[in-house]
Design a protein around this ligand. Structure first.
Ligand code: NAD
Ligand code: GLY
Length: 359
């Protein structure tokens, strides 16, 4: 079933859901006219699977396709510089529109590129992973990583639209579905206890990738994100809560130079760390902590890491974007379905949480 949800805010945009890739071209023609230059940015894996379908609908336009190697490491300033050279060779100008075909890496990278190329050109997200469909394509955060910290260089730069073809999920490996599930569980813990119950009640259906359940899960998870980013586009208020688990997760990703733990798995581990911290502060009960850990475990998500120096991880948390005036700012769950901002966490407390999730 096709649906349209509008993300509000100063620069609102539509999410088109359940729409075939080949129909994006006719939509663009209808919306922006029959001429124009489109720059499709994707990676070789996704290009092999889906570029033909997408390009089929774009025949009447001038289109160039650029592929970026498939890796989180490519979310870098170096890649932005290479994209700039490639875009110039394609004669991309201020009227060009970027079409970001891929998961969160392609979306974040292409969106950031669009935000700065010739001082900003338009772009559309075409998310092909569960994580990108329910999270990263919504809300206009675009960024690249830096050796000192995850997503340190970026902008708030909303797309013109998000074009989501759920059939792309049929080719997505299970471990990539898991990365999306981690963000879905995060949405549930932050703002939707009924979504948490729903996931608990349907773990077997999710493990079997039951299409009806997966669509409902995606819709409910998107609804959480759409509401929060519509109310708070630029993270001046409640949007910060969506970073639950990310201070720990990002430190792990940075420590492994973006070649180790995936973003979703980092979030999974981070969720456990903040749930432990919150339990120690009596913000969550033992039962609620257990429910969070059990749900992640049942879905095959990691909840522990191999032994390593927690001081190094603590240091990496100092580069977190949420921090204020040198103080670490963490998001902690309050029960299941609510979260709060804590700017008084002591380093000892954080180190204890790291140690508790080490094998
Ligand atoms: P990803 O983009 O690396 O994609 C995961 C893998 O799946 C890749 O190997 C990709 O080639 C492959 N793939 C993509 N679509 C496929 C398909 N349909 N079929 C088969 N294979 C496919 O990873 P991700 O989990 O989508 O995104 C992670 C990134 O998203 C991180 O960099 C994270 O920081 C970012 N993120 C951003 C936001 C935001 O608000 N901007 C939110 C959450 C995460
Ligand atoms: N992924 C957190 C946010 O979009 O704000």
């Amino acid at each position: 079933m096709r649906q349209r949800i509008d993300v509000g805010g100063t620069h609102g945009y539509p999410l088109f859901l359940g729409v075939p890739l080949e129909e994006l071209g006719p939509y663009l023609e209808n919306r922006y006219g029959g001429k124009g230059h489109y720059l499709v940015i994707t990676n070789p894996v996704i290009a092999d699977l889906y570029s033909e379908k997408l390009l089929e609908g774009l025949k009447s336009f001038r289109v160039d396709l650029i592929t970026v190697p498939d890796s989180e490491e490519e979310k870098s300033l170096d890649r932005i510089s290479k994209l700039t050279e490639q875009a110039l060779r394609c004669r991309a100008d201020r009227d060009t529109m970027v079409l970001a075909l891929g998961g969160g890496v392609i979306g974040d990278l292409s969106g950031f590129f669009a935000s700065i190329y010739v001082r900003g050109i338009r772009y559309i997200h075409i998310p092909t992973t569960l994580l990108a469909q329910i999270d990263s394509s919504i809300g206009g955060k675009v960024a690249v990583n830096h050796s000192s910290g995850k997503n340190l260089l970026g902008s708030f730069y909303p797309p013109q639209a998000v074009w989501t073809d759920y059939t792309t999920l049929t080719t997505l490996p299970w471990e990539e579905i898991q990365n999306g599930l981690a963000e879905t569980i995060k949405h549930a813990v932050v703002a939707d206890p009924m979504l948490f119950d729903f996931i608990e009640d349907h773990t077997n259906d999710i493990l079997n990738r039951d299409i009806k359940i997966m669509k409902e899960l995606a819709m409910r998870s998107m609804a959480v994100k759409v509401k929060i980013v519509t109310d708070d586009e630029k993270e001046q208020g409640n949007r910060i809560l969506l970073n639950l688990g990310h201070s720990f997760g990002h430190a792990l990703e940075t420590d492994e130079a973006y070649k180790g733990v995936s973003h979703g798995k980092g979030v999974s581990i981070g969720l456990v760390a903040v749930a432990i911290l919150a339990y120690e502060r009596n913000l969550v009960s033992e039962k609620q902590l257990e429910r969070i850990v059990n749900l992640l475990t049942k879905l095959g998500l990691p909840t522990k890491i191999a032994d390593r120096d927690p001081q190094i991880l603590l240091q990496l948390m100092a580069a977190d974007k949420k921090n204020k005036a040198g103080n670490k700012v963490l998001i902690l769950p309050v029960g299941i379905g609510k979260a709060s901002v804590a700017n008084d966490c002591e380093d000892d407390e954080i180190v204890r949480a790291w140690k508790k999730i080490m094998n």
